[in-house]
Write a protein that binds this ligand. Structure first.
Ligand code: DON
Length: 579
């Protein structure tokens, strides 16, 4: 029930729309807007989930900033224009490509469990899960990482002043923006929770009534918070904002204290990388499961000639679905925060292991998930001697440096809590932990010990910011929101570009399928597959459930002539814009 309800809310947040967002750009005076957004360009490009945020990033590139400046400005702007999906009260992951050295770096600024968190904090005395405790209200909030992450990457790699990259977000918060269907539908979905929090109610509703599409949302408290951060980024972790958050937490039985904020640090990690045909695919390592399972599925597909099988042919789809099923089975057992448990990354992304799992796939019949298990630890050991609502944005600059960044407050409006006086929507990322063994989270994902709650631990994520190079040159940067569906969304876009050679707009727009082992069902986008294909998959034993669209991906491709093509998902209201 929990899964079904939240899957619906995700669909509402990330679902299909034909809103023409250029109108929004023209109707605000906050940022100078071009009349045409160029989704093919040569100098640089930004793609994000909102045209005003895209514009904020693009203006940095046009002022001589690099991909990091543009990504930071876009991220701050998204926090203002999509407060329901990602923001200062959440966290995320960033992948960056440095053209000069052909190097990829990964920054983890994901939220952490508060120091006072316990393994059983969402269970009652009988050991039963307390409904909604990990999704709604103060107890659901994990220590945010967004500002620490943005400051860290900017401090090391940004070119423009810190104040410059925050300026567009401040302006958007102060002057406001007309709200779109996505804002309105997110508020409707989360209204009962938002109404329980005085600041959330005050900012995101008119005395408890939802906004109408096109009404102006002004966020003066958030503007003031952003101003303090622009003067001193530490204010969020050790200054007045930290004090405000900790006081609000204490007054409402939340767990985050000044100490949690004070000790938060983002972490540079080695990306996970692997070869797929001519391409080098790099993505986010644990504590995200995204990169590991993207590579695992690509490895299982291996050298199968998908193109000859035909795009969305039953044989190609069957292989894809069965590979997804295997990967998500491993995810539930092995993935978690690598600072707390040993994640067998090397084994899981090894082509030898993938070949072994590939042999288990019956080409004609779906194997029920009850018979698909995570790999036996002994086999893993033999294979390797190893010691061991969300928003995505993509930026490529003039030098072909790239940033692929996904960040989130988890479900729509996070925990439904705005820290008093700050305008900051706080996340409900604690729900990404396995709050009890085999209890599905909001995305239906299950887990065990590897992803159990512990103080200061990072909840397992599916966010999959990805960068692909070919012959030492940038080829594709891509990512998406969508909870558990993120990995399979990114996978299908990668295959659409690399194998089927679709142009990037088509690759992002094409219908998707999704399987995550449990529940044992194949999600097919409405109008995604034709009747004969569906009948064929059913004959093979797939339990199919059609659903409205999911995901809100975006991507930039470097064309053979070196020019850029970008695409924002038509399921959302985002925009690609270059110059
Ligand atoms: O980290 C994760 O996997 C989730 N918290 C992402 C949530 C999300 O994508 C919500 N999207 N619509």
């Amino acid at each position: 029930m929990r899964y079904v309800d939240s899957f619906r809310s995700i669909q509402r947040i990330c679902s299909f729309s034909v809103v023409v967002s250029i109108a929004l750009v023209r109707s605000t005076s906050a940022i100078a807007a071009p009349t045409i957004l160029l989704d093919r360009a040569t100098q640089g490009m930004v793609v994000s989930a909102h045209p005003l945020a895209t514009q904020a990033g693009l203006s940095m590139l046009q002022q001589g900033g690099n991909a990091v400046d543009a990504a930071v400005a876009t991220t701050f702007a998204i926090s203002v224009v999509e407060p329901f999906s990602a923001g200062l009260g959440g966290g995320g992951f960033l992948l960056m490509y440095q053209a000069k050295s052909n190097e990829i770096k990964a920054l983890d600024f994901r939220e952490r469990a508060p120091l006072n968190a316990t393994k059983t904090m969402y269970l009652d005395n009988q050991g039963n899960v307390r409904p909604n405790a990990s999704t709604n209200g103060y107890l659901a909030v994990a220590t945010p990482g967004t500002i620490a992450g943005l400051y860290e990457v900017h401090r090391k790699y940004g070119r423009l002043p810190w104040k410059t990259v925050i300026a567009p977000a401040i302006q958007l918060a102060e002057t406001g923006l007309p709200v779109s269907w996505r804002f309105v539908s997110a508020t409707k979905t989360r209204l009962p929770t938002l109404l329980k929090n005085p600041d959330a109610q005050k900012i995101f509703t008119h005395n408890g009534k939802t906004y109408q599409i096109g009404e102006r949302l002004v966020q003066p408290e958030l503007a003031a918070t952003l101003r303090s951060v622009s003067q001193n980024p530490q204010d969020f972790y050790t200054g007045t904002i930290a004090t405000a958050i900790a006081a609000d937490m204490a007054a409402n039985s939340g767990l985050i204290t000044q100490k949690d904020l004070q000790q938060y640090r983002p972490t540079w990690r080695d990306p996970v990388c692997g070869d797929f045909r001519k391409a080098r695919v790099c993505s986010m390592p644990p504590p995200s499961s995204g990169g590991v399972h993207l590579l695992q599925i690509l490895n299982i597909i291996g050298d199968t000639d998908l193109k000859t099988l035909g795009w969305h042919s039953p044989d190609a789809l069957h292989l894809l679905i069965e590979s997804m099923r295997i990967a998500y089975a491993d995810r539930a057992t092995y993935l978690g925060d690598p600072d707390f448990i040993k994640v067998p990354v090397k084994a899981l992304i090894s082509p030898v292991y993938a070949q072994k799992r590939r042999q288990e796939i019956n080409p004609q019949k779906a194997t029920p998930s009850s018979q698909v298990k995570a790999v036996d630890p002994a086999v893993l050991q033999r294979l390797t001697k190893e010691s061991v609502e969300t928003s995505h944005l993509t930026v490529v600059d003039r030098d072909r440096n790239a940033v692929s960044l996904t960040f989130t407050v988890n479900l729509g409006f996070g925990a439904g809590v705005v820290a008093k006086g700050t305008g900051i929507v706080l996340n409900n990322e604690m729900d990404d932990f396995a709050i009890a063994p085999n209890t599905p989270n909001a995305f239906g994902l299950v887990g065990g010990t590897a992803n159990a709650i512990a103080p200061n631990k990072i909840p397992l994520s599916s966010m999959t910011p990805t960068i692909i190079t070919e012959n030492g040159r940038l080829r594709l940067a891509v990512g998406s929101p969508g909870g558990s569906t993120i990995i399979t969304t990114v996978l299908q876009i990668v295959l659409n570009v690399l194998v089927y050679e679709m142009d990037v707009r088509k690759a992002v727009a094409a219908p998707r399928v999704h399987h995550q082992w449990l529940p044992d069902r194949l999600n097919v986008e409405s109008w995604g597959l034709d009747t004969l294909t569906i009948a064929d998959l059913k004959r093979r034993g797939h339990q199919i459930e059609e659903r409205p669209s999911w995901g809100n991906a975006n991507a930039i491709v470097v064309m053979p002539d070196g020019s850029l093509e970008g695409a924002a998902d038509p399921r959302g209201e985002g925009a690609a814009s270059g110059f």
